[in-house]
Design a protein around this ligand. Structure first.
Ligand SMILES: [Zn+2]
Length: 256
C-alpha cells in the first residue's frame, strides 16, 4: 500500500476472494495498518464464510491496539453484499480447491441531460435543476430531455476454473481484472488446480462484452508476459488489454 500510494484512510471495504496465502496473508498487515493510522471510519471485511478461522488468525496474528471498527461480513451465498446510493457490491461463488468468491461493483444507472433537447424545450437556468429533481416540468418529462447513462461495472475474478460465476461477474463489465495463471497449452493443469488460462479468461471477456481486460496472477513457470497477451488476442478479445505488473495503475474506462 505504501509503494502504491494507497493510504489506510482510503479503505472502506476489504474483499478477500479466498484463503490461500497469496490472496490473504497480507490481511494481517492491512488490518494493523488501518489501526496504527487510526482510520476514523468503520471498515467492512468480506471473505468466504468457511474461512472464518483463517480470518480470525490473520486479524489477530500479532499484538496491536485496536482503534478501528472492523465489521466482519462473511460471504456465504451469491448476491448483493452492499447496496448504497453510489454502488452495489455483489459476490459470486467461483470454482477452486478452497471456497472462492469473485466480486463486482456496479454503479447505478444515471441520466445524462441533452443540451440540444433542453434548448428545444426552452428549459434553461434554474429550470434545469428543477426538471432533474422533479422529473417533469410544464408537460416536459426528464425522459424527453435526457438519456440513460449506464453505470460502470468493475469485476474482480481471482482463483477459479471456468464456471457460471466467472461469466456472471464478467457480464457487461467495463473493466474485468481476472486471473490467468496458465498459458493455453497447460489447460489440463489449469483445470486440475482450479485456475484459468489466458485464452479462457480472454474468451470470457470477449463473450461478456468487457471493455478493458486486465490479466494477472501469472504462474512463475513462465518468463515471457507477452505470451499471455498473444493468447488473449488469439482468443478473439479485441478490447483494451493490460498485462498486469506489480504496482501498475490501470484507470477505469471513461463512461460511454
Ligand atoms: Zn488459490
Amino acid at each position: 500500500m505504501l509503494r502504491a500510494g494507497v493510504a489506510a484512510h482510503d479503505l472502506d471495504r476489504i474483499c478477500v476472494t479466498h484463503f490461500h496465502g497469496d490472496h490473504s496473508l497480507g490481511l494481517a498487515g492491512v488490518i494493523q495498518r488501518i489501526n496504527l493510522d487510526q482510520v476514523p471510519h468503520p471498515v467492512t471485511a468480506h471473505y468466504p464464510a468457511s474461512g472464518q478461522h483463517f480470518f480470525d488468525r490473520l486479524r489477530y496474528a500479532t499484538a496491536y491496539r485496536e482503534t478501528v471498527r472492523l465489521t466482519e461480513a462473511p460471504v456465504a451465498a451469491d448476491g448483493p453484499l452492499a447496496v448504497t446510493e453510489d454502488f452495489t457490491l455483489d459476490a459470486r461463488l467461483l470454482s477452486h480447491p478452497v471456497e472462492s468468491y469473485g466480486y463486482r461493483i456496479t454503479e447505478p444507472d444515471g441520466r445524462r441531460l441533452l443540451p440540444e433537447k433542453l434548448a428545444a424545450h426552452g428549459i434553461k437556468g434554474p429550470d434545469v435543476g428543477r426538471i432533474q429533481r422533479e422529473g417533469a416540468l410544464g408537460g416536459v418529462t426528464l425522459d424527453d430531455v435526457s438519456e440513460v447513462r449506464r453505470g460502470q461495472r468493475f469485476a474482480f475474478v481471482m482463483d477459479t476454473r471456468l464456471c457460471d460465476g466467472v461469466h456472471a461477474l464478467a457480464e457487461g463489465a467495463d473493466m474485468l481484472v481476472i486471473e490467468s495463471t496458465f498459458l493455453d497449452e497447460d489447460v489440463r493443469l489449469a483445470t486440475d488446480h482450479g485456475h484459468l488460462t489466458a485464452g479462457q479468461a480472454a474468451a470470457v471477456a470477449r463473450d461478456a462484452g468487457v471493455r478493458h481486460l486486465v490479466l494477472t496472477h501469472f504462474s512463475q513457470r513462465y518468463s515471457d508476459p507477452a505470451a499471455f497477451e498473444q493468447q488473449a488476442r488469439a482468443a478473439g478479445f479485441d478490447g483494451e488489454l493490460s498485462i498486469a505488473q506489480d504496482l501498475m495503475r490501470v484507470p477505469v474506462p471513461k463512461r460511454t
